[in-house]
Each structure stands twice: as C-alpha cells, then as structure tokens.
Design a protein around this ligand. Structure first.
Ligand SMILES: [Zn+2]
Length: 280
C-alpha cells in the first residue's frame, strides 16, 4: 500500500501577495500558478491513500479553505484524507477548528508556524495544540525552512516541538520534509516523543541531504517513524519514490554506510502509519 501523507491543492485564486514572486526568485525552473483539482486527481492516481491539505496562512499569501478541501475529498472518501488548516492567530480560531473537524468532517490539521506567524511554544499556541489533542486528530506541521520571504525562521526549528509534545503527550504529529535543513533536530525530537513522526517529502532535489537525514534516523533508531509524502505539486509521488529508493546512489563507493533496504521498504509501505496516526 502506497500512502502519500503530504499533498497540496490550491488554485491561482488561493495565492496572493508576494508568494508567486518568491517562488519565481527561488525556483527559477518552477512555473506554478496554482493547480486544478483535475491535476491533483491525476497526481494521486497511483497511490492508495493521499492526505490533502487545506492551508490557512494569510500572513504568507495563501489561503486554501477548509470547505474547498472537504468538498474535494468527499469525491473519493476511501482514498482522500482531508486535513483542515486554521491560523491560530484568528480571533475565532478555536471555533473554526471545531467547525472544520466536527462540522466538515476533516480528519487532521495542517499548521505552519513559519507561514502563519506564530510561536508554537507560546501559551496561546499550546492551548490551540491542546484543543487539537482533545479533538483526537493528528497534525502535520511545517517545521523547516521555506523560500517564502515573509515567514520568520525563528518559528521554524523542529526542536520547538519538544515543548509542544511535552504539553500534549497524546497529540499525534508529524514534521514535514524531515524538518530540513535541521534534520538532526527532527531525529532527536522523534526519539524523545512517542507520538512524533516526520515525512520525507520535497527532498528529491537534495539527495545528499536526504541521505544524511535517513542515516541520522538509522543512527538514532527512529526509522519506523518516517512517512512517505510528496509535497505535491512541488514534487510528485513518482519522483519521491525514486529519490527514496535511490538514496544510496550518492554514497556509492564512498565508504559511507548504505541505508538498509528494510528501512527504505518501511518508508515506502506506510500502512501501519495510518493506524498509528489514527487515520486507518
Ligand atoms: Zn507542503
């Protein structure tokens, strides 16, 4: 079973401000003016399950609404798993969260402190995480860097989640992109906290970093907590699978230890992770 734990939807109308010019500046080869739902349907054709993310980040220039995602995932309820997003800075954030989970039936929450401009260790943020914990749904959190300019790096370090996981021990959460480039921080919080995981998405263009991160996961013995994810449209599931399966190419003949085959298989076949995250 192939599960893509990280896919985005979002059309041109969902992006505003400097997001498009930031993308152009950082990824000269990427032309992205949003994607249609038909393009997303095609992108997930070859996976068994896919997490589909809303994204409520007005501070960084994109808002993909919860009802847009809820309506789309209702087309294929056995395959698509819709995640809500709520900017915790909104005055009615807690009500919006209830509406998205209890009203729309979305099954998890996407947060990005770097994009939503909040400190995940602040008292208000911890209360928000505790609310999610009470709702008993998982969180995909972007702890890691970005090309977006209006996005404070100080909120982005993976180790900030140590305080969140300590305050919310039953909250199931995974870190996007292995927390790049702070992948070692990701491994140490994964080792400390039983309900923390990380996905390998969007690292296919950085094969050396992907190898180093997976090697750190082997050394810290947290390989069972790594999830497959593409970060579509920034990468496809095919590109991601190829990068993970070919991860040892960058160290061939070097003397560096290869990532074991069973670790690679464990990332590619993630059925057990669905159950662990409460998404089975
Ligand atoms: Zn993403």
């Amino acid at each position: 079973m192939i599960i893509d734990f990280h896919t985005h939807v979002g059309e041109r109308e969902h992006y505003f401000g400097s997001f498009a010019s930031d993308l152009q500046r950082s990824w000269a080869d990427v032309r992205w003016e949003g994607r249609t739902l038909d393009e997303h349907r095609a992108a997930v054709q070859n996976v068994d399950r896919a997490v589909v993310l809303a994204f409520d980040a007005p501070a960084s220039g994109f808002v993909v609404p919860n009802d847009y995602v809820a309506e789309y995932v209702a087309e294929q309820p056995d395959k698509l798993i819709g995640f809500a997003s709520v900017d915790p800075n909104r005055p009615d954030a807690h009500d919006r969260l209830d509406q998205a989970i209890l009203g729309l039936g979305l099954r998890g929450v996407k947060l990005g402190p770097i994009y939503q401009h909040f400190d995940p260790t602040s008292p208000a943020a911890i209360e928000f995480f505790q609310h999610i914990e009470r709702l008993d749904v998982p969180v995909l959190i972007h702890q890691g860097t970005t090309f977006v300019r209006d996005a404070p790096l100080r909120h982005a370090r993976p180790w900030l989640l140590d305080e969140v996981a300590t305050a919310c021990p039953d909250l199931r959460m995974w870190i996007a992109h292995l927390g790049h480039p702070w992948c070692d921080e990701t491994m140490v919080v994964l080792r400390k906290h039983p309900n923390l995981y990380a996905d390998v998405s969007a690292l296919h263009t950085r094969p050396v970093q992907l190898y180093q991160a997976l090697n750190a996961a082997v050394e810290y013995r947290v390989t069972d907590k790594l999830l497959l994810g593409s970060d579509y449209p920034f990468s496809t599931i095919e590109e991601t699978l190829q990068a993970v399966r070919d991860v040892n190419a960058v160290v061939a003949g070097s003397g560096f230890p290869p990532i074991p085959d069973d670790v690679i298989d464990g990332i590619v076949h993630g059925e057990r992770h669905l159950a662990a995250l409460g998404l089975g």
